[in-house]
Each structure stands twice: as structure tokens, then as C-alpha cells.
Ligand binder design. Structure first.
Ligand SMILES: [Ca+2]
Ligand SMILES: [Ca+2]
Length: 131
């Protein structure tokens, strides 16, 4: 009878450790995910001409991107930050269409395992309506 009691106690302790570990992992993963507005390069929760300027300045290395989030938020077509991303934002601001979900809330997960909604069109490919 004493052995059964010890086994039950060990099982309870093991279960508690597993629950604590799994719970901690879930908290860690969710803490890494970041919501952002696609195209909001400076992270002020608005997409406007300042974001175009921030992208241009980052590309000529006149401002730093310490946490790499300017590149994430400004890369509207999700193929790396390039000057065409600034152009896409300018076109969005001028109401020439929005094929890259600019202004939509997306989720960035640094590991790449989460929902990094990818409105990808292709490498530097312009929307057909401007070609
Ligand atoms: Ca902004
Ligand atoms: Ca891009």
C-alpha cells in the first residue's frame, strides 16, 4: 500500500512538471510573436508617407534598424526590404490598389514557424495594372 502511495505521488509530481513545462513553452512562443501593420515601417500604427521615408533612409543606411522590425513591417511583399516596398506603399497611399495587404494586421514570428501571412507576388514583380 505504501508503494502505491509513493507511485501516485511521483506521478502527480511528474504531471505537474510536464504541465508547468508545456505551459511555459506556450507562453514563450506567444511572447515572441508580434502583431504589426503591414507597411507601417516606423511602427506608429499608421501607414503614411513617413513610412516611405523610413524605408528609404534605412536602405541608404542613414538610420539603424536595431530590432529588425523596420525591415519586417516595411517589407510589404515579403521578399526582403527593397525600394520597391516604398513604391508599393506610395501606390497604396495614392489609392492605386493594394495587392500586398498594406495596412492589414499581420503576425510576425521570428522563428518563421508562425503565421507570417505572406502576400507574396514574386521577386520585385510589379502588379500587372502598372505594367
Ligand atoms: Ca507608420
Ligand atoms: Ca519586399
Amino acid at each position: 500500500m505504501k508503494r502505491i502511495g509513493i507511485s501516485v505521488a511521483l506521478a502527480a509530481i511528474l504531471t505537474a512538471v510536464i504541465i508547468w513545462t508545456v505551459g511555459f513553452s506556450v507562453i514563450s512562443v506567444s511572447a515572441e510573436s508580434v502583431k504589426y501593420l503591414n507597411g507601417d515601417a516606423n511602427g506608429d500604427e499608421d501607414v503614411n508617407i513617413v513610412d516611405v521615408t523610413v524605408i528609404q533612409r534605412l536602405l541608404v543606411e542613414s538610420i539603424p534598424d536595431n530590432d529588425e522590425m523596420i525591415r519586417v513591417r516595411g517589407d510589404v511583399d515579403k521578399n526582403g526590404l527593397e525600394i520597391i516596398d516604398a513604391t508599393h506603399i506610395q501606390r497604396y497611399l495614392a489609392s492605386y490598389g493594394n495587392p500586398y495587404q498594406i495596412g492589414k494586421t499581420l503576425i510576425y514570428t521570428p522563428s518563421g514557424s508562425g503565421d507570417n501571412t505572406e502576400p507574396t507576388r514574386g521577386d520585385n514583380e510589379l502588379p500587372e495594372d502598372i505594367l
